[in-house]
Design a protein. Structure first.
Length: 221
């Protein structure tokens, strides 16, 4: 096997994976007014049969252009290559406001087209309400101009709780970026990771839950 391919596959092998997803269960908080997630389970001798229902925005999920644009692409049309590959994680401990370019490390430039933002502003299983961080339009523009195509954040929304007009959502959409909301990055230190974040293939939906996993990588592939 060629050296490059060997390094690529070695990134997948072995342990060291970090689960960057929030669990889906009956108590999973959802946006006020959204349908709560519910798991119904039937147990019989020799088998278990489950059914689930709830908002497509429950837990860790990917938004699609359709979420904001009735003529936009659905979640099953988001390019998969955006959701798998090297990703850079930044720790920006900010709460209650939108992140700005000035919050980024001095002199920092994106090393990958995928960026994950750990703010630590939304604890596991907390009710969704004011206090968590979001993205400013200025930051979205700054990242887009430098080749970022995917942004993931550890909060329920890329916009602040009170942002009714969803400026960050619209800025991401207008510049062709994809975004993941409600990651759990509390176990991930700043650095470069292999990201796999594949949503359920819900045809025609504007969002879908996904399982995001990370593995530290030391070199490009």
């Amino acid at each position: 096997m060629a050296a490059g391919r060997s390094e690529f596959w070695s990134a997948f092998a072995g342990g060291g994976w970090i689960d960057a997803s929030r669990p889906l269960r009956d108590a999973t908080p959802v946006w006020p007014g959204d349908r709560p997630f519910a798991l119904e389970q039937r147990r019989e001798p020799g088998f278990v049969l489950s059914a689930y229902a709830g908002s497509c925005h429950a837990g860790t999920h990917l938004d699609a252009p359709l979420h904001l644009d009735p003529a936009g692409a659905a979640v099953d049309s988001v390019p998969l290559d955006r959701l798998v590959g090297p990703a850079e994680l930044l720790h920006l401990p900010v709460a209650g406001r939108a992140l700005e370019p000035a919050d980024l490390p001095r002199g920092w430039e994106p090393a990958s087209s995928r960026l994950l933002l750990r703010t630590d502003s939304y604890p596991l299983d907390a009710a969704i309400g004011p206090g968590f961080a979001g993205l400013s339009v200025g930051l979205v523009v700054w990242l887009a101009e430098r080749g970022v195509e995917l942004v993931g954040i550890d909060t329920p929304s890329v916009d602040l709780f009170a942002a009714v007009d969803l400026p960050a959502h619209h800025a991401l959409l207008a510049r062709g970026l994809s975004w993941i909301e409600n990651l759990w990055l509390g176990e991930a230190a700043p650095g470069t990771y292999l990201l796999i974040a594949l949503p359920i293939r819900l045809e025609g939906a504007e969002a879908a839950p996904l399982r995001a996993i990370l593995k530290p990588i030391d070199s490009e592939f």
